[in-house]
Write a new protein. Structure first.
Length: 226
């Protein structure tokens, strides 16, 4: 039987409850690398849910390969952070953002939510349903990245913002398996512009195919406020 949007959202916390609430005793978690916010942070209210694949329950679904994206938000001692606000935003499967400043001529997807938000549960876990975004042409006026040649693109990625009381807010980006990128795709790392193979590995998630849905986990570690 097909799982509806409402069933999926209601089942999110139940599924997350099966995850491990803490890592090994005495473990040290490295602080997640920050990356730029980019030019397409949502212009409208972020009062959205954690399922980006539909605008309304029972409505048409977004185009693209569906993702089940989970993860855990922790501190540097790998202890879970409950109640952290996790925001994501991304392009549609075409590579188009829902933003007035996006010059990409490819079509927007009226059935894709484009951004979402959720809070971590008692074990620091979060969950989103989305799609793999498309890559998009580099425009240095908007991205701040200068192409090194013609026909170059930003690789598929998902933007994250995470906030929690007592911790420094984090803005970063999550990338996909570098083997899925081609030579035209570029990525901006913490320090400079590099080919996709040089993307910081801690920001890359390898998604597995499970029944036609790509499943992966992106853990995030926040720095405590001094």
């Amino acid at each position: 039987m097909a799982i509806t949007r409402r069933d999926w959202i209601k089942g999110s916390l139940a599924a997350l409850g099966t995850f491990s609430g803490a890592k090994a005793l005495g473990a040290i978690c490295g602080i997640t690398h920050a990356q730029g916010e980019g030019p397409y942070y949502p212009e409208r209210d972020l009062n959205r849910d954690n399922d980006l694949t539909q605008i309304l329950p029972g409505g048409a679904s977004a185009k693209g390969q569906v993702l089940d994206l989970t993860g855990q938000v922790t501190n540097a001692q790998c202890r879970p952070i409950a109640g952290a606000l996790v925001e994501i935003w991304q392009a549609a499967a075409s590579g188009k953002y829902n933003h007035s400043q996006d010059p990409n001529p490819l079509p927007a997807d009226p059935n894709f939510q484009y951004w979402g938000r959720t809070r971590t549960d008692a074990n620091g876990n979060y969950r989103f349903r989305s799609i793999i975004p498309g890559h998009y042409p580099l425009d240095p006026r908007l991205t701040g990245i200068e192409p090194t040649g013609p026909g170059q693109y930003r690789p598929p990625h998902i933007h994250f913002k995470v906030h929690a009381p007592g911790f420094q807010s984090l803005t970063t980006q999550m990338y996909f398996d570098p083997k899925s990128y081609d030579d035209a795709d570029l990525a901006k790392t913490v320090s400079d512009l590099n080919r996709w193979e040089n993307v910081d590995p801690t920001l890359t998630v390898l998604f597995a195919d499970t029944g036609g849905i790509r499943v992966g986990s992106f853990d995030i570690t926040l720095r405590q406020t001094p």
